[in-house]
Design a protein around this ligand. Structure first.
Ligand code: HEM
Ligand SMILES: *[C@@H]1O[C@H](CO)[C@@H](O)[C@H](O)[C@H]1NC(C)=O
Ligand SMILES: *[C@@H]1O[C@H](CO)[C@@H](O)[C@H](O)[C@H]1NC(C)=O
Ligand SMILES: *[C@@H]1O[C@H](CO)[C@@H](O)[C@H](O)[C@H]1NC(C)=O
Ligand SMILES: *[C@@H]1O[C@H](CO)[C@@H](O)[C@H](O)[C@H]1NC(C)=O
Length: 419
């Protein structure tokens, strides 16, 4: 019975996905979100992706340096307020990446890699990610698990090895069998997890494929718009400005349901980066350290490796799924914008029932946003299944199990796929 249910489910998935390359579940058949895969020697492609033959596993937390005691992909203590890195913890001191190490579009993960909480070569896996974001940032287990599952299983990594590149395409190292799986773009994969109108990264199309390097002009704009405060109000405004800029300038602009993720990531700037030693108030110096932004004499911003600022302590309470849903809600409500994309010079709204109708978001409360995120993970086809292999029932079942509906059903989310 179970097998049959999953089989039917798969048939339905394959059907509903056939008309949209990368944004499953969206109802407008005339409308394509272009995947614009990097590939080859393009930015983010496999040929110029750094290669480090010495993959060294990160040093796990110990009794001497416990942080949140998160180990083995399990929930940690969830009690923050501690110094990172701890005094004397040599294994987690800052070391700049070499040109053999991969870094990508996420400042939080780049900083974690530069401090050895995930492998310093930038090839990581599920367990490392879930542990690292709990130990370094006191991210809640539910959100940590969600992000790791989404990025590895659904978007950019490998279903079997559970490995992921935090930047460019390193399929030879993430995939259990590159011939069978096809390419695994890593976190730079456009319109998978990475999306348009990011804070400090170019749109894929406007950057000629560079959607992952730090852009100092954008960091300068963010600093100016937020008045250097980097708070909810300022970031909501800057997210809006970036949306307007991209929708105007990028003929391939796409702001899908995933767009709420980029609002979520923006909330990390004022929820996860601020330090207890500075009263948890975000400021320019602290934000610049995490983004690797360095101001030059002429006022412009260049890039240095991301690092955890000196004397930095984590937030007190874990940052949970419901918390991020609440921040997305607050941020979006300040400047509501249409969901959809530019097609032949015209913006077309999309449907993502029940949360988005005709390009308008109908989600009305924080848990709706969390549920929207759940519907997203329960949707896309994992990139592991992109290749010539026909997705097996086992593989699909694995994805659905890994997502683990519990944290979402607890929030009252309808279960889109597992039943
Ligand atoms: C497993 C955990 C995580 C994954 C898989 C992940 C992945 C990503 C990805 C793919 C992006 C690019 C989105 C875009 O196109 O704008 C991103 C952006 C971002 N992430 Fe993460 N992230 C994780 C955890 C974190 C943590 C813990 C922090 C902070 C403490 C963080 C901070 C940010 C910020 C601030 C951005 C926006 C960067 C920008 O737009 O310039 N992330 N993340
Ligand atoms: C992930 O990496 C850790 C070391 O950081 C290793 O112990 C674990 O076996 C790896 N694999 C999985 C599937 O988590
Ligand atoms: C950085 O962003 C600005 C504003 O979007 C853009 O004009 C510029 O070309 C970008 N720079 C690089 C190096 O991509
Ligand atoms: C960090 O803390 C130490 C000890 O309290 C202090 O001497 C040092 O000035 C602090 N550094 C910064 C950048 O605040
Ligand atoms: C949203 O709803 C309004 C009417 O309230 C409509 O004019 C608009 O076209 C809709 N779609 C978008 C993408 O804004």
């Amino acid at each position: 019975m179970k097998t049959l249910a999953v089989l039917c489910l798969f048939a339905e998935l394959a059907f509903s996905y056939s008309f949209v390359a990368s944004q499953p579940g969206i109802k407008n058949t005339h409308f394509l979100a272009r995947r614009q895969q990097s590939g080859g020697a393009n930015p983010g492609g496999p040929l110029n992706c750094p290669f480090n033959p010495d993959h060294i596993f990160p040093t796990p937390v110990t009794d001497q340096f416990p942080y949140n005691s998160a180990k083995g992909g399990k929930p940690g203590k969830g009690i923050g307020g501690y110094l990172v890195p701890a005094i004397g913890d040599e294994a987690h001191k800052f070391i700049a990446p070499t040109d053999r190490d991969i870094r990508g579009p996420c400042p939080g993960l780049n900083a974690a890699a530069n401090h050895g909480f995930i492998a310093r070569d930038g090839i990581t896996n599920y367990t490392e990610l879930v542990d690292a974001v709990q130990n370094v940032y006191n991210m809640g287990y539910d959100l940590a698990n969600f992000l790791a599952v989404f990025s590895i299983f659904i978007a950019d990594g490998d279903l079997v090895t559970k490995k992921l590149s935090i930047g460019c395409d390193a399929t030879t190292r993430t995939s259990f069998n590159p011939v069978l799986t096809g390419s695994q773009p890593g976190l730079v994969g456009h319109n998978k997890f990475e999306a348009d109108s990011s804070l400090t990264r170019n749109d894929f199309f406007l950057g000629k494929g560079d959607n992952f390097n730090f852009n100092g002009t954008l960091f300068g704009m963010m600093t100016k718009t937020t008045g250097g405060t980097f708070d909810l109000e300022g970031l909501a405004k800057f997210r809006y400005e970036r949306y307007v800029q991209s929708r105007r300038d990028n003929p391939n602009f796409f702001f899908g349901p995933l767009g709420v993720f980029t609002h979520g990531a923006a909330s990390f700037v004022y929820e996860l980066f601020p330090s207890g030693t500075e009263g948890y108030v975000p400021n320019l110096q602290n934000t610049a350290a995490f983004f690797g932004a360095q101001q030059e004499a002429d006022g412009t911003w260049s890039h240095i490796p991301e690092r955890i600022p000196e004397n930095w302590t984590t937030r007190q309470k874990p940052y949970s799924l419901l918390d991020v849903g609440g921040q997305i809600f607050s941020m979006y409500s300040k400047y509501p914008v249409g969901f959809g994309g530019n097609v032949n010079g015209k913006f077309i709204g999309l449907d993502f029932p029940p949360y988005i109708q005709g390009g308008n978001l109908t989600a009305a409360k924080p848990s709706d946003y969390a549920c929207l995120l759940y519907q997203l993970v329960a949707g896309p086809i994992p990139s592991s299944l992109n290749g010539i292999i026909t997705p097996t029932v086992t593989a699909l079942q694995f994805v659905l199990t890994a997502i683990g509906g519990e944290s979402f059903t607890n929030l009252g989310c309808p279960i889109p796929l597992t039943k």
